[in-house]
Design a protein around this ligand. Structure first.
Ligand SMILES: [Zn+2]
Length: 392
């Protein structure tokens, strides 16, 4: 490795240590980290815009490096991490620790590694004569359903010259991922009537109506499995739908007056989840809910959306994708886990790919780590992107 590359790698490791030291578990404020990055960027004359949530305790950060008025590239990383409560951590989760060429710490792979590489390149980036800008996008609340990034994406989309590509730096071992499933999850409340179970026919059994709705959902899921739509690039090549939690009833001899369950669909990017949910709801309301109300008008179903994020479609046809293809010629496929790529693409109309250092296998596990060689690869990728921004 050349001396410059070696010193860049050291800066990236040093930066990763600083980022990991902020306990940005999704339930916490991320402002410590955000203000640290804002101050760091300010040292290089780069201005940051913050987009706070309604509590003021969390924020997205957007910083543009390079010329304005030209469509550039968004480099996106979420700042939050999943909890590190496992007792099997060998070293403190929020203290980056090196062992055998690996750096251990919560968020090392998912996904502060990518952000650390981008930040480590800032001193070089500001010296280059860029012909297009890079937009550093740091978000909050990704791990709880990609719910933070939206305000920043809306801002990007409304710019005179929105980014022409977004690189989402989730851990992919620096492979290029060109698709990701979306998710839509719902909470359903079923209200019946309580009474002595020996008079069951006089009552509306909330659990039994809930299970009939659950069967409809399972049937629909089987339909997707058998009839598609299909996309063989996904490990599970169709949309999946299932009930995930259920609770109800008060005693063994009382007809249950309430039951609540949750269900989710993880859908192919082009599969309209909202339409699927609406169809299930309409069927249930027209049949089960109507049947319940005929018996007792105060009973029935209630529906509440928990959250949703869109899927990310294939953008390899987008002209700006060439910039990535020039560096990494092969596309490696599509993933079923969530990322902010769908929000950039569907909500912001910004073609998006996922490509970042580290492995998804280490994400959300105790003793999460990133290989130092992955940071090196990421730095090389970002440098090659920058070179094209200068030459373009
Ligand atoms: Zn992540």
């Amino acid at each position: 490795m050349s001396k410059t590359n070696m010193s860049r790698l050291h800066s990236a490791i040093d930066m990763l240590g600083k980022l990991v030291a902020f306990d940005t578990t999704s339930k916490n404020s991320n402002l410590g980290l955000i203000h640290f990055v804002r101050d760091y960027l300010a040292e290089y004359g780069i201005e940051s815009t913050l987009f706070h949530d309604e509590t003021g305790e969390k924020a997205n950060l957007l910083a543009t490096i390079g010329p304005k008025g030209v469509p550039g590239i968004a480099l996106s990383g979420h700042t939050d991490v999943v909890p590190a409560l496992e007792t099997t951590w060998v070293s403190p989760a929020f203290e980056l620790t090196e062992r055998d060429g690996k750096l251990f710490g919560r968020g090392a792979a998912d996904m502060k590694g990518f952000s650390a590489c981008v930040l480590a390149l800032i001193p070089d980036l500001v010296k280059r004569d860029l012909t297009m800008p890079f937009h550093l996008c740091l978000s909050y609340d990704e791990e709880v359903g990609c719910i933070g990034v939206g305000s920043m994406v809306d801002h990007l989309a409304a710019m005179d010259t929105p980014p022409r590509l977004a690189v989402i730096g989730e851990p992919t071992d620096m492979k290029v991922i060109n698709g990701q499933k979306g998710k839509y999850s719902m909470r359903v409340g079923v209200t019946g009537t309580a009474g002595h179970s020996s008079f069951a026919p006089n009552h509306v059994n909330a659990i039994e109506y809930a299970t009939r709705a659950i069967n409809l959902i399972a049937e629909k899921a089987r339909h997707f499995e058998e009839n598609g739509p299909f996309d063989e690039d996904f490990t599970v090549p169709h949309s999946t739908m299932l009930t995930t939690t259920i609770g109800g009833g008060t005693a063994t001899n009382v007809t249950p007056d309430y039951c609540e369950f949750t269900f989710e669909i993880r859908h192919l990017p082009e599969h309209d989840a909202e339409a699927v949910i609406a169809e299930i709801r309409d069927t249930v309301m027209a049949t089960l809910d109507a049947e319940m109300k005929a018996k007792a008008p105060e009973t029935g179903f209630s529906w509440e959306k928990i959250f949703s994020y869109p899927g990310m479609g294939d953008c390899t046809d987008a002209p700006a994708f060439e910039l990535v293809r020039n560096i990494i010629p092969d596309v490696s496929g599509k993933v079923s886990y969530g990322s902010e790529g769908g929000v950039f693409e569907k909500q912001g109309n910004i073609p998006s790919i996922i490509c970042g250092p580290g492995s998804i296998k280490q994400a959300h596990t105790p003793n999460e780590f990133i290989e130092i060689s992955q940071l090196e690869e990421c730095l090389e990728f970002l440098e090659a992107l920058t070179d094209q921004a200068v030459a373009a």
